[in-house]
Design a protein around this ligand. Structure first.
Ligand code: F6P
Length: 459
């Protein structure tokens, strides 16, 4: 193999450039050319196949900075249609024309589902990334436990996990953690710590919404910010006991901080945040408004009189407020953990291509005796019996539904990721860059401007 392609697909994470960097560094060692494809799978639909040589003369281009968030290649949520054979033929020809003999896709579960049709035509591997930490398995037999039911309107199938009979052990997780997760948790934790002091001052109840779709990993990790209550999508909550807990805390400390994952569900299993059932192009339900929906419920249940009687405000509406950590979770400089393991995963993806592996995922494994290492997993091992890859949910044992906090095993899960997740340079970078005088004088210089000058086309 002389030349490989690489693309970034799906929602971005701060670790994408680090992953591309790891792939390019490994390719340089092996005298392998790396071509970056612009805007994920979208580039393949463009007859000119916009691309950027990432290591001309086996030197990494200077724009590729592993400590920069986002992706210099751009990303989109376009995927390849497995049933459109003509289109697949055209894509294969385009890649051939560019001399691409293998392809690395950096993405999540949507990307892994999306790369399958191409993986039958040339070696294609996945280097995982997602802030949601939902690509992988809690235990190896998890995909076999999916059952599916046809929807009443016959518009398709819904997939559910059966109650598992498999024993769970942290050492047996497949892809323990995905690059991007640690930074998202870091940003969320900072947001929670900052909300706390203002909630304390103003005697308020804060609801902080974090991302993660239907996986509660980011909410779980937010425990480092010491919120009083954490609600995760995997565990429906009882409104009555939640209100009771909030009142107990408020009586004691005059403020409460609640973290909710954007995919939390009510007692009937209905998404609190999916008032509008719209879908993104990857077919994921767009979740907006879990925290607002929860706030409405609390305003109704707690009522104005409660706050007035404490002389802590005129109304529940005034006392209970929401904040979304939002896309800041996905942006900016990746913390050391993500930079390091993103790069390792990118390097492993190159090795997999050279072994002519296809439909394979580079994984980050962890065992108590061994710590972290990079490995690989045949993507079929992640697919259910119908060939689908499902977003990994946080294992139920990680959460204590009585405490509304991580359980002991949940805390054990988090510790290896976060104990050294921040490097001294992460803090030094903040110190030197935040109030640099140049920030006041110089306009922001987007890396996109420089990358545009390097874009090449076929034909
Ligand atoms: O999958 C990553 C993620 O950030 C989710 O946590 C979130 O629900 C979604 O993407 C947001 O997508 P968008 O960037 O399209 O708003």
């Amino acid at each position: 193999m002389k030349r490989i392609g690489i693309l970034t697909a799906g929602g971005d994470t701060p670790a994408l450039n680090a992953t591309i960097h790891g792939a390019v560094e490994r390719a340089n060692e092996l005298n392998l050319e790396v071509i970056g494809l612009i805007k994920g799978f979208n580039s393949l639909y463009n007859e000119r196949l916009p691309h950027v040589p990432l290591n001309p003369l086996f030197q990494e281009i200077p724009e590729l900075d592993p400590a920069n968030g986002g992706t210099i290649l751009g990303s989109s949520r376009d995927y390849v249609d497995p049933d459109n054979k003509d289109q697949l033929d055209i894509i294969e020809q385009r890649l051939e024309q560019l001399g691409i003999e293998g392809l690395i896709c950096i993405g999540g579960d949507g990307t892994l589902n999306g790369l399958q049709p191409l993986a039958d035509r040339l070696p294609v591997v996945l280097a995982p990334k997602t802030i949601d930490n939902d690509l992988g398995l809690n235990y190896p037999s998890e995909p076999d436990e999916y059952i599916r039911r046809e929807r009443e309107d016959r518009s398709g199938f819904d997939y559910h996990l059966k109650n598992s009979r498999a024993a769970f052990h942290l050492d047996h997780m497949i892809n323990y953690v995905t690059p991007g997760y640690a930074t998202a948790v870091y940003v969320s934790v900072q947001g929670i710590q900052r909300i706390r002091t203002t909630a304390e001052s103003h005697r308020r109840i804060a609801i902080v919404e974090v991302m993660g779709r239907h996986s509660g990993y980011i909410a779980l990790g937010s425990a480092y910010g010491q919120p009083d209550i954490i609600l995760v999508p995997e565990s429906s909550f009882s409104l009555g006991s939640l209100v009771e807990r909030i009142k107990d805390l408020y009586d004691l400390q005059k403020n409460v901080v609640i973290v909710c994952g954007e995919g939390i569900v009510d007692e009937d299993g209905k998404d609190l945040g999916a008032e509008v059932h719209s879908m993104d192009p990857a077919g994921n339900k767009i979740l907006t408004g879990a925290s607002e929906a929860l706030r409405d419920l609390l305003i109704r249940e707690i009522g104005d009189e409660y706050f007035r009687s404490y002389r802590r405000g005129q109304s529940a509406r005034e006392a209970i407020f929401t904040r979304k950590v939002g896309h800041t979770q996905r942006g900016g400089r990746p913390v050391l953990f993500d930079r390091f393991y993103g790069a390792q995963s990118g390097g492993k993806a190159v090795d997999l291509l050279l072994e002519r592996r296809t439909n394979t995922v580079s994984t980050i494994q962890w065992q108590s005796e061994r710590g972290f290492w990079v490995d690989s997993q045949d993507a079929n091992g992640l697919r259910d019996r119908w060939g689908l890859i499902h977003a990994r949910k946080m294992h139920s044992s990680f959460y204590d539904p009585d405490q509304l906090k991580p359980s002991e095993i949940g805390r054990d899960y988090l510790k290896p990721i976060f104990q050294h997740a921040l490097g001294p340079d992460d803090l030094e970078y903040q110190r030197l860059s935040t109030f640099a005088t140049g920030n006041l004088m110089l306009p922001y210089h987007s890396v996109n401007t420089d990358i545009s000058k390097r874009i090449r086309y076929i034909g």
